[in-house]
Design a protein around this ligand. Sequence first.
Ligand SMILES: [Fe+2]
Ligand SMILES: [Fe+2]
Length: 284
Amino acid sequence: MFLLLIAIFGIVLFLVEKFIRPLKKSHPAVLYLRSFSEIKETKQDWYAHKSENIFAQELCDEYLVVSVPLDCGVMSYAKEIDFLKQQEDQHAKLHTLIMKDHPAAQKYKFWKKVLKLVLLKTPQWLSENILGNVETSFGNGMWITQMTLGKFWSNLLIFHWFEESEHGAVTSSFFKHRYNALIRLILAPIGVLCLALLWVLPIFMKLYYTPRIWLYPKTYLDLVIYLGAITLGWLLNVAECLVFWILPFEHSTNYYKYVRSSFEKQIKERKIEFKVIKEKEYIY
Ligand SMILES: [Fe+2]
Ligand SMILES: [Fe+2]
């Protein structure tokens, strides 16, 4: 019965998008290329934790390692958007360089490989549907977790999420135009589950690798706060997946700009310095 309802919803959606509300590109977005100097000298500042919550720290460690396959996936399948490709290329290189000798690199090696397998070794249509879905709300989900956990992201992640919110709508729209609503609907649960896994994995990793923390009352308090934050983040991911990825609505320019400016403010507060080399406008 449930599957029948989903099938009917999907077919109606497909017809709406085909005949009543066809997708069209109409919003401008500017992407920037930025460069850094002396990455090696400022290494400590890039990954230093900004939270007392042990699970938030673990989430930072996870993303410092496992975001690389996501960057590589977008790079390989969205080559046409040259500035997007170069932004993701820089993310992958920065993460790899900065995390080279960090213990988290070894700890999350397996999961990085799993993600690489899912995003780079599966058929293109599957990868693109996961990447498009994930990029729709990636920066925004990271932003909303701060409502509960405070400004906890490490410097490299602040910069990364800033650029993700800058190019999120462009990337999502690019992949969205390649597939009809029926296909996006059928494959959407995979992207949503990938994001859910990335939110909960740090809990298990922290408890498995440091079992002594089971004895501390702070662990349980941190866990409750962390669960609240990731539930909020994941619900936002699901809502945006439905509105901006599955349904034939266009991405909200103001919303993405708001999240971007919030990360930009944190970049200034943290004194993260870079040079803007070039900028280019895209229509999404
Ligand atoms: Fe990225
Ligand atoms: Fe991205």
